[in-house]
Every structure is written in structure tokens, then in C-alpha cells.
Design a protein around this ligand. Structure first.
Ligand code: ADP
Ligand code: ZN
Length: 553
């Protein structure tokens, strides 16, 4: 039996390594650098814990685990203690004396695994300790957990992670293993560059979570949609509902409670003791529904979360995947449910446009938003698309692995809404052209830009006060989109905004001082106006269209 195998059994009580763990562990014990991409629940911790123990036994000294998650440090150090392994952590929760004690233990070579918050790597004091250990050949391994935090393209950029280049420069020759549960191609490349892992071996697991059923619905009355979803499919079960704003978290938690659901709010603006107690209740009690911002969830390991719902659209697919990944860690069926609408796309676009970031960065963020909207508006298998985003062909495993010749990529998973109830496509190209023409014409007529409501009124030929006021019943496109319903046009606008064929222009009202988002053309509008780009939409829209038409006739 290899030493890795015996550590797995004796210390952790597991029979077998899972998936790529064996290969990773052997590689790292032998002193190789590694980049590990493995979905949540895949078993990343063992990939550095087993090598740390093995290398300590071989006389290499202490392994340093860099982690941003204080809760995770506590849990893991506690579990390692119970298994008889000497572990400790250094983070902001320790007193001066406690810190000193850990430092002394570290110097005396008593610690096998030391967990440290990334900002430690910036302190001369901690680096001094590492220097001493390094000089004695007692610095065994660096494990960098949540490695996507180093990348500004990732969904959880932490500037402190940038300091981790020091590991490579100052302690050359000490092996490093970086781990993350999310990384699209761009983030992955950034991790490699920032952490200087060009020569590291990459271990990429399949990102498929077969027990999670993906469902994405158009927003109508999202609170009621959510209530129905919970009542019909998850009564009395634990779940997380992600909202964009703190205010929304509190309102929604209250509404759920009023409807007999055991819900609690969680966001970074709540007092620390309340957050802690809500988190504890979520973990210990059965069937608690946590309404939360994305501040909730990292490092929380609750196996029986039966659903994750998004009542607002996240920023990008990585965020969506990470958050939905908290469902069903026990392998039993779980739901990932999301509702999205035009307002989500407008909000997200605005946040990007208004951020102080550089244009290049904004462009990337828009591309990522577009990809998520593409997933939302898709009419084919959600899983196939989700995995493709992470560079994986469904049924074939991760792109980097060798695969049998006869293997064929699958096009359907049978466990997402689109596979279970295939929607039809509706061609929105004509509606898109008419919409853009209307925006052009009203701007031409009045030299002003307008919000979605007014544009739709002009397009659908509604004689509103505002239409009369601006004389927009005289523009040539007035009423040319009569056959389209508002939901249809909203779907068209979402698509156009996400692809950049439609832009937002901020207008401040002279009377009220309110700020409005108005619609304007962009360089990307041309191709749609000229009919060079087709716009495909989901059937839900087409259905309401045909109903309307048959009513008329
Ligand atoms: P991740 O960090 O990738 O989300 P963890 O390291 O927390 O995953 O592991 C997820 C769960 O799987 C944990 O409960 C862990 O004990 C368990 N686990 C990991 N590896 C194995 C294995 N080889 N055999 C059995 N259980 C394992
Ligand atoms: Zn599917």
C-alpha cells in the first residue's frame, strides 16, 4: 500500500481516492506543481491534506494552506485535530497571545498544516517565519485554495491574492498546488499567469453535477413564482434563495415567512451575531430557507440543500454555477431554479457601464453577461451549454483528458427544463429590426432617447399622452409592431442588450431629478438592422403571440 493510500485510510477513514485525487496526490507528494479544477463537493481538500501529511513524514516540514474562508479554516483544523494531525490557523480571529503560540509551534516544527489568510503573506513578520523555515528546508508545500480569487475575471476577486506571487519568487522550489471550483478558460489562464503556474500540471475534473436539475424561467411575478416553486416542489426542505440587494433579501425573507416558510435573511449588512445565528440555524435545523446575497455560501458545507433559487440574475455563468453548486452535495436530486427578466439585464448592464473599470474589463464583463443570458434564453439542453462554457463536452469529460475513440458527445441530459419540456424557437429577427428602427426614428424626430415603455408604445401604435406630446405618432415606424406583445418585445430587448446590439443611455429628469435608463443604438445595431443577424427566442413568447393572433382573427 502506498503511503498516500494508508494516510487516506488511517487518517481520513476513506477506502478509495475519488476521481483524479490519486493522480493529484502522487504528483504533489513527488514535489510537482499542480492546478486543480474540481467542482464543489469533488474532494479538493484531500488533494493537499494527504500530500501535506505524507511530505511531513518524509521530513519536508510544514505545508501552508492559503484560504480566504475563516469558517473553512476552523472546520478543517478541528477535523484534522480529531484525526490526530497537528494543524493550526493564523487569521484575524486570533488574539496576540494565540498568534504567538501558533508561531512558536511553527518554529519548532510541530505543525503539519498551517492555514493562513492571504493577507498574512503580505506581512514581514509572517514572511520572516517562512524565510527561517525555508532556510532549514522545512517548508514543504503551498496550497492555494479558492485560486480564482486571484483573477479579476473570476467572480470573487480578492486583491490580497495578488501578493501570492511572492511564493513563487521567494520560495522557488517549494511545490505549489492551486485549487478552485470555478474557472472558465479566461480565469484559468489568469490564475496560471498570476500565480506563475505555467509549468504546473493541470488536473481538470468534469464539472457536471448530474443530480442538479437546471430550470430557468422568465420573470413574471417572481415572488409568486418562487412561492409556487417552493410549495410544489420543496415544501419543508432546505434551500438558498439568492437576491441581488440587501433590501430585497429582507423583504423576501419576510414574505416567505408570511407564507409559512421557515425563511431567514442573510447579507453582509446584518449584525455579525445575527448572521452567525442564521447560518447556524441553516446548518443545524431542518428545512430552513436562507434568503441571501452572494455573501452567503462560500465555505458552507451543508449536504442536503435541496434547491438553490435565483430571483435575480447573477453577473455571469461562473457565479451561477458556483451558487447553484451548493445544492445537492449529497448526490440526491436537487433543483437549480432561476427567474430572469429585462430589468436584470438592464441592471447588470448598467453596473458594468458605470463601474470605474477600464473599457477592456467592461468588454469582458459584457461578454460574460451575454453568455449567461445565452444560457437563460437557450432552447436546448442547459447542461450541455453550461459545461461547454467550462470547456467541457457533455458526456466526454473535461477537454484535457484522453478519451476513448468511440465516445460521442451528448446533446441532451434529460435533467433540465429544456430536455424535459422542449420549447420551440421563435424568430424574433423582424421584431428586433422594427424595434431598433423605432429607436432610430424617435431619436431622429426629437433628438432624445426614451425608455423601453415609450419605445414599445410607439412600435405598437399606442396613442399615449407622451406619444402625442412628442408627435411620435408621426414617425414612420409608429404602429409597425402591432402584432407583437410587450413580453415578446421585452424578450427581444433582453437579447439585444445582452449582445450589445442595443445600448443604455442615462437621462436625468428635469422635473424630478430621477435618473432613467433609456435605449439607444450602438455600433452593434447595424448588423441587426441590416438583417445580417437573426434573433432566436424561446417558445413561451411564441405561445402568447399565437394566442393573441388567434383571438384577433
Ligand atoms: P470541495 O472542497 O471540493 O468542495 P471537499 O474537500 O469539502 O470538497 O469534499 C467534499 C466531501 O467529500 C467531504 O465530505 C469529503 O470528506 C468527501 N470526500 C472527499 N474525498 C473523498 C474520498 N476519496 N472518499 C470519500 N469521501 C470523500
Ligand atoms: Zn438537459
Amino acid at each position: 500500500m502506498s503511503s498516500a493510500q494508508s494516510i487516506l485510510q488511517a487518517v481520513f477513514g476513506y477506502e478509495q481516492f475519488r476521481g483524479p485525487q490519486q493522480a493529484i496526490v502522487s504528483h504533489v507528494i513527488a514535489g510537482g506543481d499542480a492546478l486543480v479544477l474540481m467542482p464543489t463537493g469533488g474532494g479538493k481538500s484531500l488533494c493537499y491534506q494527504v500530500p501535506a501529511i505524507a511530505r511531513q513524514q518524509l521530513g519536508h516540514g510544514v505545508s501552508i494552506v492559503v484560504s480566504p474562508l475563516i469558517a473553512l479554516m476552523h472546520d478543517q483544523v478541528g477535523a484534522l485535530h480529531e484525526a490526530g494531525i497537528s494543524a493550526a490557523y493564523l487569521n484575524s480571529t486570533l488574539s496576540y497571545d494565540e498568534t504567538r503560540e501558533v508561531e512558536l509551534r511553527l518554529q519548532s516544527g510541530d505543525i503539519t498544516l498551517l492555514y493562513a489568510a492571504p493577507e498574512r503573506l503580505n506581512t514581514p513578520r509572517f514572511l520572516g517565519l517562512l524565510d527561517d523555515l525555508h532556510a532549514q528546508g522545512k517548508l514543504s508545500l503551498f496550497a492555494i485554495d479558492e485560486a480564482h480569487c486571484v483573477s479579476q475575471w473570476g467572480h470573487d476577486f480578492r486583491p490580497e491574492y495578488r501578493a501570492l506571487t511572492v511564493l513563487h519568487e521567494r520560495y522557488a522550489g517549494v511545490p505549489r498546488i492551486a485549487l478552485t471550483a470555478t474557472a472558465d478558460a479566461l480565469t484559468r489562464a489568469d490564475i496560471i499567469e498570476r500565480l506563475r503556474l505555467e509549468a504546473a500540471q493541470q488536473f481538470i475534473s468534469s464539472f457536471d453535477r448530474p443530480n442538479i436539475r437546471y430550470k430557468i424561467a422568465e420573470k413574471k411575478d417572481v415572488t409568486n413564482q418562487l412561492l409556487r416553486f417552493i410549495e410544489r416542489e420543496h415544501e419543508g426542505e432546505a434551500g438558498v434563495v439568492y437576491c441581488q440587494s440587501r433590501k430585497r433579501v429582507e423583504e423576501l425573507a419576510q414574505t416567505l415567512v408570511q407564507n409559512g416558510i421557515n425563511a431567514l435573511p442573510y447579507h453582509a449588512g446584518l449584525p455579525q451575531d445575527m448572521r452567525q445565528s442564521h447560518q447556524d440555524r441553516f446548518l443545524r435545523e431542518e428545512g430552513v430557507v436562507m434568503c441571501a446575497t452572494i455573501a452567503f455560501g462560500m465555505g458552507i458545507n451543508k449536504p442536503d440543500v435541496r434547491f438553490v433559487a435565483h430571483v435575480d440574475m447573477p453577473k455571469n455563468i461562473e457565479g451561477y454555477y458556483q451558487e447553484t453548486g451548493r445544492a445537492g452535495r449529497d448526490g440526491l436530486p436537487a433543483d437549480a431554479w432561476m427567474a430572469y427578466g429585462l430589468s436584470d439585464v438592464v441592471n447588470q448592464r448598467r453596473m458594468i457601464d458605470e463601474s470605474p473599470a477600464e473599457e477592456e474589463f467592461k468588454q469582458v464583463m459584457r461578454g460574460k453577461l451575454d453568455a449567461l443570458l445565452g444560457l437563460a434564453e437557450a432552447t436546448d439542453c442547459r447542461r450541455v451549454r453550461l459545461l461547454a462554457y467550462f470547456g467541457e463536452q457533455y458526456g466526454l469529460g473535461p477537454a484535457s483528458e484522453g478519451r476513448p475513440l468511440q465516445a460521442v458527445a451528448r446533446t441532451e441530459c434529460g435533467n433540465c427544463d429544456n430536455c424535459l419540456e422542449p420549447p420551440a424557437l421563435w424568430d424574433g429577427t423582424d421584431a428586433a429590426r422594427k424595434l431598433l428602427s423605432t429607436i432610430f426614428r424617435v431619436h431622429e424626430a426629437s433628438k432624445l432617447t426614451y425608455g423601453a415603455g415609450h419605445i414599445m408604445d410607439v412600435l405598437r401604435g399606442k396613442e399615449t399622452e407622451k406619444v402625442a406630446q412628442y408627435g411620435h405618432d408621426k414617425v414612420s415606424t409608429f404602429g409597425i409592431g402591432k402584432e407583437y406583445s410587450e413580453p415578446q418585445l421585452r424578450a427581444v430587448m433582453r437579447q439585444l442588450l445582452a449582445t450589445g446590439a442595443l445600448g443604455l443611455h442615462k437621462v436625468v429628469s428635469e422635473n424630478s431629478g430621477h435618473v432613467f435608463d433609456t435605449l439607444c443604438l450602438t455600433p452593434g445595431s447595424r448588423a441587426v438592422l441590416k438583417g445580417e443577424v437573426t434573433v432566436q427566442l424561446r417558445e413561451a413568447v411564441a405561445a402568447s403571440r399565437s394566442k393573441k393572433q388567434s383571438k384577433k382573427s
